[in-house]
Write a protein that binds this ligand. Structure first.
Ligand SMILES: [Zn+2]
Length: 582
């Protein structure tokens, strides 16, 4: 959080009542001193989220979510921390001093992102020079206007093989840094540009940072691959990237719909005709990370992959995965042209939009798909078809759809409804059990040392007097994670001269190493009033375990010690520790 001050954020937090803010998203009912609601962060119907008005925090007993008003808004709206702060500020009539659309939080890869940005600007500028005439002509012929070229940061890498290298090294970047993020290559100590003679398309991460390029030839060259992509590196991971996500996410949330295509050219083409809620997989198989990005949008997903066999198979495998994750999934299969890009070029935007407006539910698509390559006049094919349909139907949690489908098949193929129902039941139990199990969060069993340590840390987050008590009576955790959190709490208090759990959550939200653990501690903390007696009991419990470990260590040491005097000293130490436990 380097660019905005803790004071400003804590002030906003103090002015925003968490109960008001959360109840603007989900209904809350008061129960004693707390408020209860259905948690939006996991699939549920019963109220498992508790919001504390006193402490200004929330926690979910089912999925482990926890945090303060900012983390709630951040996760609910799927925005950056800075954006969440400005949304909360706006809700209570305040303004923020920073630009929340900029990446205000600490960017761990600021330098790498800067290099990518400079490279993109260089490429984009090349198009405007005399070297770029042919490339611009090519782009225009493919129907890409100046606006679209600008919107998608399209550029050109030159024919010379070190022009970008020259530029970046002049700006002080080292060749090995450039090589590491795949902007230059190295052959026996000679460095040269990774991309030459190609039209370049920047690739972004979910937040809109440029992380790599895809580049294609444009002069009809033979014997080279049409596309060349950045190799994976510390900022570019293909599997967690969805092309155009940063542009599409807000629009998709508003329109409650996101269209998923295969190639980035499809996304650019669709955008150029005004369909902006589109992302591209840049491949066919969807990864878990990509699915979780889509899930965050909380909208329906329309799969519109290529019109070939690979695209069909990918539609099934990706669709199955999405449905498993409870994403409302639809399918559009184009006919005639290969992909959305070519379809729009050949048939125009109107025709394409007609398709998108009438997507099949994933279930209906699947029913059609099962007919693929089968002759339903043949008994064997029909039997396999019915089996596939029933298997899929057993995973559907919709009794009306089941009834309708069974009736339809029964009539269409002249099969007994009872037989179909019996068969369906055979598939059922397994799937439904799987679904329920998913809700449970695996919690590790904690011993008294862990419980004690975590309670102590929770107490410390709440009040300086517990920090004092910790420093006087314990002062140190053997466990490095607990130690780091304790040190952060002490540091936070020393800098801010006051501490609340809600403000401390803000502070750790940019500290990835301890954030998860702190949220877990907050989530599992008790709701009761905190007392010094309880704090002291936890300290005793932790000391006992620590003493036990220390005694064990000293005993080992004593065994190895040959010097009698030293042996005696260790024995005394052990006795001392044992005495403290009584
Ligand atoms: Zn939850």
């Amino acid at each position: 959080m380097a660019l905005f001050s803790n004071d400003e954020i804590n002030n906003i937090r103090a002015n925003a009542d968490i109960v008001n803010v959360i109840s603007s998203y989900i209904p809350l009912t008061q129960k004693g001193r707390n408020y209860l609601g259905v948690c939006p962060f996991h699939e549920d119907h019963s109220p498992s989220m508790s919001v504390s008005s006193d402490k200004q925090i929330y926690k979910c007993f089912a999925c482990g979510a926890a945090g303060n008003v900012f983390t709630f808004v951040q996760d609910y709206e799927n925005v950056s921390f800075a954006e969440a702060v400005s949304i909360v500020a706006a809700k209570c009539g305040m303004e923020v001093s920073f630009d929340p659309t900029k990446n205000v939080a600490v960017d761990n890869y600021a330098k790498e992102h800067k290099i990518m940005e400079l490279s993109q600007k260089f490429f984009a500028n090349n198009l405007k020079t005399s070297f770029g005439k042919e490339a611009v002509k090519y782009l225009n012929e493919r129907g890409l206007s100046e606006d679209i070229i600008k919107e998608f940061g399209i550029g050109l890498s030159l024919d010379t093989n070190d022009s970008l290298l020259q530029l970046l090294t002049k700006k002080g970047y080292k060749t090995d840094e450039l090589e590491e993020i795949g902007i230059v290559n190295n052959s026996n100590g000679t460095y040269y540009d990774m991309f030459t003679k190609r039209i370049t398309f920047p690739l972004w991460d979910k937040d809109g940072n440029i992380i790599g390029f895809s580049a294609r030839v444009y002069r009809g060259e033979k014997n080279v691959s049409k596309y060349m992509n950045s190799r994976e590196n510390k900022i570019f991971h293909k599997g967690d990237t969805l092309y155009n996500y940063h542009n599409a996410k807000d629009i998709a949330k508003r329109e409650k719909e996101i269209i998923v295509v295969e190639g980035f050219m499809d996304a650019i083409r669709m955008s150029s005709v005004g369909i902006k809620n589109v992302v591209a997989l840049c491949g066919t198989a969807m990864t878990k990370d990509q699915i979780s990005l889509l899930k965050k949008l909380r909208c329906k997903v329309i799969l519109c992959l290529d019109n070939d066999n690979a695209g069909l198979i990918a539609t099934v495998s990706n669709g199955d995965e999405l449905v498993k994750e409870n994403v409302e999934t639809y399918v559009v299969r184009l006919t005639g042209e290969k992909d959305p890009d070519e379809y729009i070029l050949a048939n125009g935007a109107e025709a394409f939009i007609e398709n998108i407006k009438k997507p099949l539910t994933y279930f209906d698509f699947k029913m059609d798909y099962f007919k693929h390559n089968r002759d339903l006049n043949k008994v064997e094919d029909l039997s396999q078809y019915v089996n596939d349909v029933l298997k899929t139907l057993s995973t559907v949690d919709d009794s009306i759809l089941r009834e309708v489908t069974l009736n339809k098949i029964s009539k269409e193929y002249n099969l007994s409804l009872d037989v179909l129902k019996n068969r369906l039941e055979k598939f059922e139990p397994v799937v439904i059990r799987e679904k329920e199990e998913k809700k449970e969060v695996v919690k590790t069993k904690k011993d008294s040392y862990m419980i004690g340590s975590e309670r102590i840390l929770y107490y410390m987050m709440n009040d300086e007097k517990y920090i004092d008590e910790y420093q006087t009576k314990l002062g140190f955790f053997n466990d490095p994670m607990y130690r780091e959190i304790a040190n952060e709490i002490v540091y936070y208090y020393e800098t801010n001269k006051e501490i609340t759990v809600a403000d401390f959550i803000t502070y750790v939200s940019s500290k990835d190493s301890i954030k998860g653990k702190v949220m877990e501690i907050v989530n599992e903390s008790i709701n009761d009033d905190l007392t010094m007696e309880a704090m002291d009991e936890y300290i005793d419990a932790v000391l006992k375990v620590s003493h036990k470990n220390e005694i064990k260590r000293l005993k080992e040491l004593m065994k190895k010690e040959l010097d009698q005097d030293k042996k005696m000293k260790i024995a005394l130490q052990i006795m001392e520790l044992k005495k403290e436990d009584v």
